[in-house]
Design a binder for this molecule. Structure first.
Ligand code: GLT
Ligand code: MN
Ligand code: MN
Length: 388
């Protein structure tokens, strides 16, 4: 065992759909055979993974009979018990079947919306049966290409109603789920509703029980929109809403690539890991990514090992960053503290406001001061490239 080999204490998780991806894309057929869920569980356990997540239909086909469902769940549960892998999160597939071609909770057709609720309640039952405590909602088809259908405002109201309904269902059944909403700007729809973390946080505040809802930010999704993933994660942490996280990688402004964590933007991956480790986030480190379409099964496990190895390397780099005296000296110089001034600004008081208004500032001097960020950032690059 080397120092970058994961153990369950690291809380790494994968979705069945991630390692199970068959390499299909809009232009090409699968390049790999599907993996049996129980087989994936055993392989993931061998790699030191902590948990596995699924959509209802990753495990149980959409047209399975009750008897088939029971047989599949029994085999899956046996693999979990044998390996000790846990199921921290579950979700619903509300995007693959043609019935959801114009959305699920936001469909213009009341019957489709009702079916989406039924499917999600059943998927919540399945998740709870296998121990899941977090429930993810990725609105895969909740969006549009054509706004002439005139449902943009209604769609938000309907999405809200569905989430309120399902939060009540969770309480009614005693499941106690925490819900994590996952934004994405586009793909598979031209425009998805609630396209980024900030939009989702604003929406959560309009729900009946906002305390049961948080976000599940995905690296690739914010990056597709040209936004900073570490900044999105920071906002979720600040709001107390980081309920789950989807780690992967992505080139900016491209289709959803779901690359191996750290493969494309190691610096942003570093800041993501540092944020998670510093914030006390103790949820799963979930990889929502898949092996390249060029790979066979061996490549799939190399991909999975790579995600975790990069996370652990970056976690060690984050510790080095905190212990590096030159880096810490740069940080100290950058963050100028002034206790008396900070006390005046922290909370409004008439005296503080008057004192601030009367104070003479050396504006030119403050504007002329160099902040040392070039040097600090190069030290970080040296650290990341392994010469420090
Ligand atoms: C799908 C999507 C992901 C979501 C998954 C959960 S499914 O793979 O691309 O971003 O997190 O529904
Ligand atoms: Mn995701
Ligand atoms: Mn993605």
């Amino acid at each position: 065992m080397t120092r970058f080999d994961p153990t369950p204490a690291d809380k790494f998780t994968f979705g069945l759909w991630t390692v199970g991806s068959v390499g299909r894309d809009p232009f090409g057929e699968p390049t790999r055979p599907p993996l049996d869920p129980a087989y994936s569980v055993r392989k993931l356990a061998e790699l030191g993974v902590w948990g596995v997540n699924f959509h209802d239909n990753d495990l149980v086909p959409i047209d399975a009979t009750a008897a088939e469902r029971d047989r599949i769940v029994r085999a899956f549960r046996a693999a979990l018990e044998e390996t000790g892998l846990v199921v921290p999160m579950a979700t619903t597939n509300l995007f693959t079947d043609p019935v959801f071609k114009d959305g699920a909770f936001t469909s213009a057709d009341a019957r489709v919306r009702a079916y989406a609720l039924q499917k999600t309640m059943r998927a919540m039952d399945l998740g709870a049966e296998l121990g899941a405590r977090t429930y993810v909602f990725w609105g895969g088809r909740e969006g549009s290409e054509v706004d002439a259908g005139m449902k943009t405002v209604d769609s938000l109201a309907r999405f809200r109603e569905a989430l309120n309904f399902l939060a009540e269902y969770s309480e009614d059944q005693g499941y106690g789920y925490r819900f994590a909403l996952e934004p994405k700007p586009n793909e598979p729809r031209g425009d998805l509703y609630l396209p980024n973390v900030g939009a989702m946080l604003g929406f959560i505040a309009t729900l009946e029980h906002p305390e049961r809802f948080g976000v599940n930010p995905e690296f690739a999704h914010e990056t597709m929109a040209g936004l900073s993933f570490p900044h999105a994660v920071a906002q979720a942490i600040d709001a107390g809403k980081l309920f789950h996280i989807d780690l992967n990688d992505q080139k900016m402004n491209r289709f959803d690539q779901d690359l191996r964590f750290g493969a494309e933007n190691p610096k942003a991956a570093f800041f993501t890991v540092k944020l998670l480790e510093d914030s006390g986030y103790d949820g799963p480190r979930h990889f929502d990514a898949h092996a390249l379409r060029t790979e066979d099964e061996e490549g799939v496990w190399a991909f999975a090992r790579g995600c975790m190895r990069t996370y652990l390397i970056l976690r060690e780099k984050a510790r080095q960053f905190d212990q590096d005296s030159e880096i810490q000296a740069c940080l100290q110089a950058y963050h100028v503290r002034d206790e008396a001034l900070e006390a005046q600004m922290r909370r409004y008081s008439p005296e503080g406001a008057r004192a601030l208004k009367e104070r003479a500032f050396d504006r030119a001097g403050l504007g002329a001061r160099g902040l040392g960020l070039e040097q600090l950032d190069q030290l970080l690059i040296d650290l990341l490239l392994g010469v420090r």
